[in-house]
Design a protein around this ligand. Structure first.
Ligand SMILES: Cc1cc2nc3c(=O)[nH]c(=O)nc-3n(C[C@H](O)[C@H](O)[C@H](O)COP(=O)(O)O)c2cc1C
Length: 353
């Protein structure tokens, strides 16, 4: 196994075996208001929505998880079949391995399966030169998109992960300009990986031409924790320390949804583990909810298991809509959200509630 393959396999293994979640899920601090008289039948509720011009049966996306090593092929195919069957969106894991080494098989499997919205994935650190590595440009971005039949490209912003990683790419100067160049040529969204996007960063990215955000804030998978467990296994004490110190670093996911309201579509991810949290994210201001780790275990088993897990989440979202008297996603988006506890403190401090 090459270094990238090993890293990708480690991420899955660590995410399944270790406690890698942020210690607090801020979605638990948010509450929707119960409507005792919904005046709509549960069966009548319409969860359909349109994101980046594509019709989805529900405002839900499985966000980037994996690719680039053998076992990833099955995981990605399972996810693609589940998302196609349900009519929801799918993001593929970082395609760096395919671009650098031509190892495309584990990515290409999601092409032509019938997923209504496919999101390709490259890292912002790869858009600028790193030590001994050349930068990716438009050609590689097009290749990544074509490989999976993507509608949009997610440029992931993962510097928290890179600093907690023994082999991390820590050059960041020039990323915004690189995103600007890319966004002129291909439809790009900016995607965090668990630390959230601030208002200032959202505005800079909008100025650079991105067409949306996946804010991926704190509440769910902490990549600092993922890397700390990897560093522990590799016996790298300094990276273990950094991983522990920054384990909870980032902007809470619901707060980032509010901060990133700059007139572009938002995918809310980080800690979405059930359909009620997905419903809360829509009422908070997102156009779509995103989740990764909540479906990982089932995606390792089979397409049917992944589909069942996601179907339950969609049903819960529908129940959340029913109990708030929302017959459409648009109506859910207009419902009041009550912020309590730590999310309220953040919201007041950041002046977004
Ligand atoms: C095992 C694993 C691998 C991931 N790999 C990627 C990746 O390659 N690219 C990316 O943009 N995000 C990646 N992510 C981040 C997720 O897409 C998501 O932003 C983050 O995990 C927060 O969502 P969650 O709390 O639902 O897991 C990965 C997440 C997990 C759990």
């Amino acid at each position: 196994m090459s270094d990238i393959e090993k890293r990708k396999a480690d991420h899955i293994q660590v995410s399944l075996e270790e406690d890698v979640a942020n210690s607090h899920n801020y979605w638990d601090d948010l509450h929707l208001i119960h409507d005792s008289l919904p005046e709509v039948d549960l069966d009548e509720i319409d969860t359909t929505t349109v994101l980046f011009g594509r019709k989805l049966s529900a405002p839900l996306m499985v966000t980037a998880i994996t690719g680039g090593y053998n076992d990833a092929t099955k995981v990605n195919l399972n996810l693609a079949e589940a998302c196609a069957s349900l009519g929801i969106a799918l993001g593929i894991g970082s395609q760096r391995a395919a671009i650098e080494r031509g190892d495309r098989a584990s990515y290409e499997v999601i092409r032509d399966v019938g997923v209504p919205l496919v999101v390709a994935n490259l890292g912002a650190p790869q858009l600028i030169p790193q030590a001994h590595k050349e930068a990716f440009g438009t050609e590689q971005a097009r290749e990544a998109m074509e490989m999976v039949g993507a509608d949009v490209l997610a440029v992931h912003l993962n510097y928290l992960q890179e600093v907690a990683q023994p082999e991390g790419d820590t050059r960041a100067r020039g990323c915004l300009d690189a995103i600007r160049s890319l966004a002129r040529e291909v439809p790009c969204i900016a995607k965090e990986t668990g630390a959230g996007i601030s208002r200032e960063t959202a505005l800079r990215l909008k100025g650079a031409g991105v067409i949306g955000f996946d804010i991926s804030g704190t509440s769910g998978t902490s990549f600092s924790k993922v890397e700390l467990h990897r560093s522990r296994r590799m016996g790298n004490a300094r990276c273990v320390a950094i991983g522990e110190t920054f384990a909870e670093w980032g902007i809470p996911a619901p707060i980032s949804v509010r901060l990133a309201q700059v007139g572009l579509p938002i995918i809310a991810s980080g800690g979405i583990v059930d359909g009620l949290k997905a419903a809360k994210s829509i009422a908070t201001g997102a156009q779509c909810a995103g989740l990764a780790r909540a479906v990982l275990k089932d995606a390792m088993i089979s397409a049917e298991a992944a589909e069942e897990r996601l179907r339950t989440i969609i049903e819960e979202l529908k129940v959340g809509m029913f109990l708030t008297g929302s017959s459409t996603v648009q109506q859910l988006a207009s419902k009041k959200v009550v912020f309590t506890g730590p999310a309220r403190e953040w919201g007041l401090e950041m002046e977004v509630i």
